[in-house]
Design a protein around this ligand. Structure first.
Ligand code: SAM
Length: 355
């Protein structure tokens, strides 16, 4: 082991000179620093609105760095609960708690067993597994009080974007078609699945922050227990997206649709705004704030509007759309992509004039 630093925490992690992240005795991935830092900021902003003193459970803790950073950096944690199935991980978690002077209840159980024991006791449950969070989500909602936050990381991005259709159908119950905006469909597939599992436990959800970063999707949602609100949410926010060059939201599945996916807002622009004000990753968070204020659940790509092989630049396209009175925003999912409060035909008409 070596001592590392991340955020305001110091902690023991496997020596990177001796192990790669998959052969290491305890799992720590430095590439997830942004994931953890954004989660700390989210907890700080949303947790303050919830009044602080929160019970936070991280049932798949690894080295414990995430939970420890939640306590040290967010200022809203009243009680921390860490857990890992691996004995070695639990040993490292204990050491890491003590060198940071942080207290926690630490368990060595299967995550689902622990979450069931914690039924109704948590304000925040953060599910950060290898691969898919699907096996842990119903237990995560069961562990929640009448309201609270559930966060989930998914590294099975290829499955979520529909690259393995049978596996996608088995694991998420959805069909995702090829499209230029497949990353957004993957993210909305994850959020849609979280929403359907939440509904099965009588919770309605409202996404606070959802995004894609290279090798994973992540969503943090605010959940409230109410069968009526869960019914309304399923009606309003879960559906299908049809793609045949043009795009449209529909209620029914067909050979051109992706879904069921989340068709509501992917995040709360004001949460992203307040998170950006904390200073870290502020450009990225401002981009999300902008993106979350467009309601249509897809983005467009510049090459879709090429004339004689020539596409407008992003700046030209956005300026032309805005001049035409169309609300347009960048997307964090593609540097040659943009979101617009307009149909494909309307965007095409505006952009034809600039190319
Ligand atoms: N959350 C950590 C972080 O931010 O650094 C990383 C967690 S790592 C991706 C997943 C962890 O889950 C591993 O430490 C593994 O030992 C543990 N694990 C795998 N299956 C589990 C299960 N069924 N119950 C509890 N822990 C499990």
């Amino acid at each position: 082991y070596v001592i590392r630093r991340e955020g305001k925490a110091v902690f023991y992690a496997p020596n990177p000179k001796k192990y790669d992240i998959y052969s290491a005795p305890v799992f720590y991935n430095p590439a997830m620093e942004k994931n953890r830092t954004l989660s700390v900021l989210l907890l700080k902003v949303a947790g303050a609105q919830m009044g602080g003193g929160l019970t936070v459970c991280e049932p798949l803790s690894g080295t414990g760095i995430r939970g420890i950073r939640y306590v040290i950096e967010s200022g809203v944690v009243g009680k921390l609960i860490l857990n890992d199935l691996s004995k070695e991980a639990v040993h490292v978690i204990q050491k890491n708690l003590s060198i940071n002077g942080v207290e926690a209840d630490v368990y060595n159980e299967d995550a689902n067993v622990l979450l069931h024991k914690l039924r109704g006791q948590c304000d925040v449950v953060d599910v950060d597994p290898f691969g898919s969070p699907a096996p842990f989500l119903s237990a995560a909602f069961r562990a929640l009080k009448n309201e609270g936050i559930v966060c989930a990381t998914a590294t099975d991005t290829a499955v979520l974007v529909g690259r393995y259709p049978r596996k996608c159908l088995r694991r998420y119950g959805s069909v995702i078609r090829k499209s230029p905006f497949y990353l957004e469909m993957g993210l909305r597939n994850l959020v849609g699945y979280v929403a359907r599992i939440a509904a099965s436990e009588d919770f309605a959800i409202r996404p606070l922050l959802s995004y894609w970063e290279g090798h994973y999707f992540r969503t943090c949602v605010y959940a409230v227990k109410s069968a009526k609100d869960a019914d309304d949410m399923l009606q309003r926010d879960v559906g299908y997206v049809e793609y045949r060059r043009y795009r449209k939201v529909t209620r029914r599945q067909s050979e051109y649709t992706s879904g069921p996916v989340w068709i509501g807002e992917l995040g709360d622009p004001s949460i992203a705004f307040f998170m950006a004000r904390e200073g870290q990753y502020s450009d990225f968070l401002k981009l999300l704030e902008e993106e979350y204020s467009v309601s249509l659940p897809w983005f467009y790509k510049l090459p879709e509007f090429a004339v004689d092989g020539k596409s407008p630049t992003l700046e030209e396209a956005m300026a032309a759309l805005r001049r035409a009175g169309v609300y347009a925003a960048r997307t964090h999912m593609a540097s040659d992509g943009f979101k617009a409060e307009a149909t494909y035909g309307e965007v095409e008409r505006v952009l034809r004039r600039v190319t």
